[in-house]
Design a protein around this ligand. Structure first.
Ligand SMILES: N[C@@H](CCC(=O)N[C@@H](CS)C(=O)NCC(=O)O)C(=O)O
Length: 202
């Protein structure tokens, strides 16, 4: 069975939501998110970067959430929640899946890390402001892409929506302005799915 090492609110959220949508069995082991534990030899054996999450499937051990999603889809997904590989739709699917972590989550993560290392009055507003403007650019791009579509690829919900949904969940309270209308509607729709709610509680 898939075993996910997860701490509440971390990117393991994506994997839990995906498994729920696919109806796949999985086990969650809760990880102590303190810096001390994440840098302990015990955890570094499971995640050499001292980050969370990690995924174990037999001898396989992974530590990138979107790669975990792609592995689960390809190995256990029976063609669900992603277009057929090699098609134009699949290229767009990959683009949004990668965008969600490589481009959109990045400035959000920088704010989270900055506030953890420089809490309260030690926060450097210029750094946070710069990251917020990068987040806003991603949200504008998403808003444009959602024109006339309920989900990022069109009529069908896919794993790209799961990955984007997680990033929206961590971006929501870290920008000064509300989401624009299309992103707000999209966010309301995907964040009311059962899989999202299970992942949020995990
Ligand atoms: N690209 C990695 C990022 C992993 C990551 O940054 N995890 C966060 C929690 S969601 C973390 O462990 N942060 C602690 C740190 O970077 O010091 C993924 O998608 O799994």
């Amino acid at each position: 069975m898939l075993k996910l090492y997860h701490s509440k609110g971390t990117r393991g959220f994506r994997v839990i939501w995906l498994c729920e949508e696919l109806g796949i069995e999985y086990e969650v082991e809760t990880v102590d998110f303190s810096k001390e534990y994440r840098l302990s030899p015990e955890w570094l054996k499971i995640n050499p970067l001292g980050k969370v999450p990690s995924l174990k499937d037999g001898p396989l051990l992974m530590s990138e959430s979107c790669a975990m999603m792609q592995y689960i889809l390809d190995r256990y997904g029976n063609g669900h929640l992603q277009p057929k590989a090699g098609t134009v739709e699949h290229a767009y699917f990959l683009q949004w899946l990668w965008f969600s972590e490589a481009t959109f989550s990045r400035p959000v993560g920088e704010i989270v890390n900055h506030r953890r290392e420089f809490p309260g009055e030690n926060e450097i507003p210029e750094i946070v402001g710069e990251m917020q403007s990068r987040i806003s650019k991603c949200i504008i791009a998403l808003d444009m892409a959602l024109e006339g579509k309920p989900f990022i690829l069109g009529a069908d919900f896919t794993a790209a929506d799961i990955s984007l949904g997680y990033t929206l969940s961590i971006a929501e309270n870290r920008i000064p302005e509300p989401f624009p209308k299309r992103v707000a509607n999209y966010w309301n729709s995907i964040s009311s799915r059962k899989g999202f709610l299970v992942a949020k509680a995990a």
